[in-house]
Write a protein that binds this ligand. Structure first.
Ligand code: FE2
Ligand code: FE2
Length: 481
């Protein structure tokens, strides 16, 4: 099938042939003003009239998806872009394995599919809302621009899901699309659908941890949905993954640059002991134990997004061919999972044990395991290597999956970061050793002062190795004048 070229002239840039589908175009054009109201009301606070050096996707090929230029955020060209259709693509797993991939919603799975799209869609505007106040305290123009890049792309991901809802789900879909703009992160009455997306992102360390840990959950979910037998969902998610990679880059380098600044300041001051928190903080940098506590918090909150270890919903979505496993098409098995088992961590008589269960029931656990492995290698590669090179005796380690959980097998117990079960009293006594305290957070907050001169960086974060789009160090990523 010939590719539809990107139409970049209309109100909504797209490669889905919007001009040939007046009903859909009308639905999207009606949604657009409400969307813009949402963006102005709940998107980045301030900076809406400033020129920001942003990347806009204008195509889905190598060159097309990264066009850089100055743009005011409300004028950003949010578009609907799908990865190219693969000729002869078939459903890759589940009961329909081998049948042609669906181009329309299979009637029997309509409700399940709509739910998957809605839940994914809800996370996208949620993170924009969570990050809306951070512009005021950006540690540099480079970081300010990166924040806004993430924000406009998450908003584009909302567009991507709204396109699916409006194109394929009729009136229900249009209502879901409205509700995606009605819910509010952290709101008591109309919160976002998932826990971690109702948490606060109060400072830049939280922002970088969020993009490292929580955007990485997004990556795993998008990978699983990119395997979908519903082809429009697969193509949508495949393109979103190109943007998601950049969000994690911002998280891993962001925390990495904080670690780098801390290590450099410690060495300069002749401090060997990373646990001498008072002395390290007096240097105006964030001590490594506080960074560890923040990692503990964001990692455990994000694990809850994978849901219960054992899940019939996940089994049903797999059987239906709607949501696959991470890299499903590269796994060497029958892709039906008949008779297969998978090891799951369970609580048995007060201990954490590994138990083989039917693989179909354990799909959430499997995706979470893939996530943990991915996050772990990122921590090693991006953070611990910096500490090691500085010769400081400290290692950032991800806590055990039983630590600080609210959903699933370990929701009812407390455990330390090593996975040892704790009584409620022990937890209360030692909690502050594991998770950020009010005074830790107040210290981080005290560092959050904006640095707005081109090429200047707040002292608690090192400059990046290279600029965005290879721009020089003093490039004016956001024009504030
Ligand atoms: Fe996203
Ligand atoms: Fe993201």
């Amino acid at each position: 099938m010939a590719e539809i070229a990107v139409d970049y002239d209309g109100l909504i840039p797209n490669n889905v042939g919007l001009n040939a589908d007046p009903r859909l175009r009308r639905a999207l054009e009606q949604w657009h003003p409400t969307y813009l109201d949402w963006w102005k009301d709940r998107g980045p606070d301030g900076f809406q009239d400033n020129l920001v050096y942003l990347r806009t996707a204008v195509g889905v090929d190598q060159e097309g998806w990264a066009k850089f230029g100055y743009v005011r955020m409300p004028e950003y060209r949010w578009g609907i872009l799908l990865a190219p259709q693969v000729e002869g693509r078939t459903v890759g797993f589940g009961a329909h394995k081998g049948e042609p991939a669906w181009q329309e919603v299979p009637g029997e799975y309509r409700a399940m599919l709509r739910r998957l799209v809605t839940v994914q869609g809800d996370t996208e505007p949620a993170s924009v809302e969570q990050q809306r106040l951070l512009g005021a305290t950006a540690p540099s123009l480079y970081d300010l621009r990166n924040l806004f890049q993430v924000n406009v792309e998450e908003a584009r991901h909302l567009w991507a899901m709204v396109y699916l809802l409006q194109k394929y789900f009729g009136r229900d879909g249009r209502e879901e699309a409205q509700d995606l703009l009605r819910r509010r992160s952290g709101d008591r009455d109309t919160p976002r659908l998932l826990g971690a997306f109702n948490e606060r992102t109060p400072d830049w360390l939280a922002f970088f941890m969020f993009t490292f840990f929580t955007d990485r959950d997004g990556k795993m979910q998008l990978h699983a949905l990119a395997q979908s037998g519903f082809d429009p969902l697969s193509r949508t998610c495949r393109f979103m993954l190109t943007e998601e990679a950049h969000h994690m880059f911002i998280g891993q380098t962001g925390v990495g640059r904080i670690v780098e600044a801390t290590c450099a300041a410690m060495k300069k001051a002749g401090i060997d002991d990373p646990h001498n928190i008072a002395r390290v903080r007096a240097l105006g940098v964030i001590d490594l134990p506080t960074i560890q506590k923040r990692a503990n918090l964001h990692f455990s909150l994000t694990l809850d997004l994978f849901g219960s270890e054992l899940s019939t919903n996940a089994a049903n979505a797999f059987n239906a061919g709607l949501k696959g496993r991470y890299l499903e098409d590269q796994i060497d098995d029958d892709h039906v999972l008949s008779g297969a088992t998978y090891p799951v961590l369970r609580l048995r008589d007060g201990a954490v044990v590994r138990e083989d269960v039917p693989a179909l029931a354990a799909l959430n656990m499997r995706l979470r395991d893939d996530y943990v492995a991915d996050a772990e290698s990122g921590v090693e590669r991006w953070w611990n290597r910096i500490i090691e090179r500085a010769g400081i005796d400290f290692r950032i380690a991800l806590p055990h999956v039983a630590f600080n959980r609210r959903i699933g097998e370990f929701a009812s117990i407390e455990a330390d970061p090593a996975g040892n079960l704790l009584s409620a009293e022990e937890w209360a006594r030692r909690r502050d050793d594991f998770l950020p305290t009010a005074s830790d957070n107040a210290f981080v907050a005290s560092l959050m002062r904006p640095e707005r001169a081109p090429g200047k960086f707040a002292a608690w974060i090192a400059p990046p190795r290279t600029g965005i789009d290879n721009k020089p160090g003093n490039f004016e990523y956001v024009k504030l004048a």
